[in-house]
Structure formats: structure tokens, C-alpha cells
Design a protein around this ligand. Sequence first.
Ligand SMILES: NC(=O)C1=CN([C@@H]2O[C@H](COP(=O)(O)OP(=O)(O)OC[C@H]3O[C@@H](n4cnc5c(N)ncnc54)[C@H](O)[C@@H]3O)[C@@H](O)[C@H]2O)C=CC1
Ligand SMILES: CC/C=C\C[C@H](O)[C@H](O)/C=C/C=C/C=C\C=C\C(=O)C/C=C\CCC(=O)O
Length: 270
Amino acid sequence: MSLKGKVALVTGAAQGLGKGFTRILLTHGAKVSLLDVNEAAGAELKRSLDGDFGADSTVFLPCDVTSDAQLKDAFRRTLETFGRIDIVCNNAGILDENAWERTVSINLCAVVRGTYLALQHMKKESGGQGGVIVNVASVAGLGPLLSTPVYTATKHGVVGFSRAIAEVSKVCDYGVRVNVLCPSFTNTAILSNIEDDRTTGQFARLKDISKKMLQDAGVLDVSEVAEGFLQLVTDEGKNGSVLMVTKAGTAYVTFPQVVKDLVASPSVVL
Ligand SMILES: NC(=O)C1=CN([C@@H]2O[C@H](COP(=O)(O)OP(=O)(O)OC[C@H]3O[C@@H](n4cnc5c(N)ncnc54)[C@H](O)[C@@H]3O)[C@@H](O)[C@H]2O)C=CC1
Ligand SMILES: CC/C=C\C[C@H](O)[C@H](O)/C=C/C=C/C=C\C=C\C(=O)C/C=C\CCC(=O)O
């Protein structure tokens, strides 16, 4: 799929991985709606991107993804600005085992909210033109990260939810692909949480184990993860795919088939 003329909406776009996803989308000709709760960082990125790609290529929309009203308004303003939405990346996320309810609200509930809003605007049965959704989980969505059990739960939830919605989209012929990106440790601000007792809370005593895991796994550059993101966006054969990005490279994750493929069953009448 060519990105020229396509419009993307990226949450948590102001820094880190969201900034990397934004830049690779712009480099390949897309326009991007940047959503972030950090207004200062978002405005600064917008100024920088204006210089590199022109002011018409992006719009920055201050948005807290935990607010249904703010996220709905951001989708509306994206459509007002660019006239369409083809790509949605639900990327915003935090790691905070103390404020664990907020972690669930941002990392999982807001991904569900963003996915449903994306489908509302993109699915063919409601007059949309189809598209692709990339939800950002983590390697912690594939296996337990003992120092961050709630973060782990949210990322497992993103994987499970996204794979199920991808099946819904296939069966209901929405014309929307839904995929999951599972990066390993990547050089962004969130990594500093490993050392921070304020965010690791009752699990701070396990930080040395996390640090050992990080040393063993290595640390990715944002650009390495952004390439995996681009793969999920542009490969039109990928729906329900889970791409893991580690220092060893990228690999699509295979899962045990615990639920019979009902779609193939003639008894399923839609
Ligand atoms: N850096 C890493 O090692 C990995 C990160 N991830 C995931 O990648 C995603 C991006 O994280 P990073 O770029 O690493 O972290 P980051 O902390 O650098 O960036 C996160 C961005 O999300 C924004 N954000 C936070 N809460 C928000 C809210 N309520 N509404 C709107 N925006 C909000 C922040 O302002 C920030 O710009 C997260 O979902 C994270 O869990 C996954 C695997 C590895
Ligand atoms: C303490 C957590 C701090 C930050 C969390 C990060 O944001 C991120 O979400 C968590 C990443 C967790 C990674 C855990 C293990 C990673 C292992 C590897 O990358 C490499 C080893 C095996 C991968 C499988 C394979 O390549 O065969």
C-alpha cells in the first residue's frame, strides 16, 4: 500500500515511538494528525515537522486519550483538516504500577476507544474507505514482565483485543486491517521507569531483574521499531498479525489455535 495521499492519526505522537511512527509516515508521503496530552512537546514537534515537511502535512491536536470526548473531537478535527482517515496508530502508553488504574485506562481502555472510533470512520459498511489500525503493545504483551504486572496485563489485553477485532473485521468485511506491534526495550523516556520507585511501586525491589533483562535483550532505536510499524501499515496481506521487534530482528508471532476457526464453518450465518 502506498502512503502517498493517505492520512494517519497517531496517539502519543509528541515523542518517542509515536514521533518515530509520525516521521516515517511523513517520509513516505502521508499526512499525519498528531495527538498527545503533552501540549508543549506536541507544539514543538509540529514546529519541527513544519520545517521538514511543510505546514500542510501535519496537525497537532492536544488530546488526552482517556477522554472519550477529546478523542472523538480529535477524530472529527482530523477529518475536518484532511478530509479522510486511512491509518490509525493507538500508541499512547505509560508504565506506572502505582497509578495502575490510569495505566489500564491509557494502555488498554484508550486503545479500545481509539480502535472503535477508527472503525466507525473507516469501515466500509458505514461509508468508510477501509484502512489499517496498528495498536502498539510490547514484548510484555507476549510474556510476563514480573516488575510490571499491570503494564504486562494491559499489553496482553491489547494483543488479545486487536486479534479478536481483526477477526470481526474479516468476518464482517469492514475493509479494515488490525495489527499489533510488539517492540522490545526501546530508547525512549518510558525506559527510565525501570529505575523509578515512583512508577515501579511495590515492585521496585525487582528493578535489578528488569535491568538484567534489558541488558540481555539490548535496547532498540526508535527507527528500528518504526520500520516494523511501516511493515504492518503497508503490507495489505496483514490482518490480525502480531509483529515482534527485538535486537534479533523482526518476527511475526504465531499463537496456539485454541478457538476453532468459525469463519470457515458453513454453519456461521452473518
Ligand atoms: N520504549 C519501550 O521500551 C517500549 C514502548 N512500548 C510502548 O510504545 C508506546 C509509546 O511509548 P514510548 O514512545 O516508548 O514512551 P514515551 O513516554 O516516550 O511516549 C509516550 C507518549 O504518549 C503520550 N501520552 C501519555 N499518556 C497520554 C494520554 N493519556 N493521552 C495522550 N497521550 C499520552 C506522552 O505524552 C508521550 O508523548 C507505549 O504504548 C509503550 O507502552 C512498547 C514496547 C517497548
Ligand atoms: C521494566 C519494563 C520497562 C519498560 C517496558 C518497555 O516499555 C517495554 O514495553 C517492555 C519490553 C519488555 C521486554 C522483555 C523482554 C525482551 C526480550 C527480548 O527482546 C529478546 C529475547 C527474546 C525475544 C524472543 C526471540 O527473539 O526469540
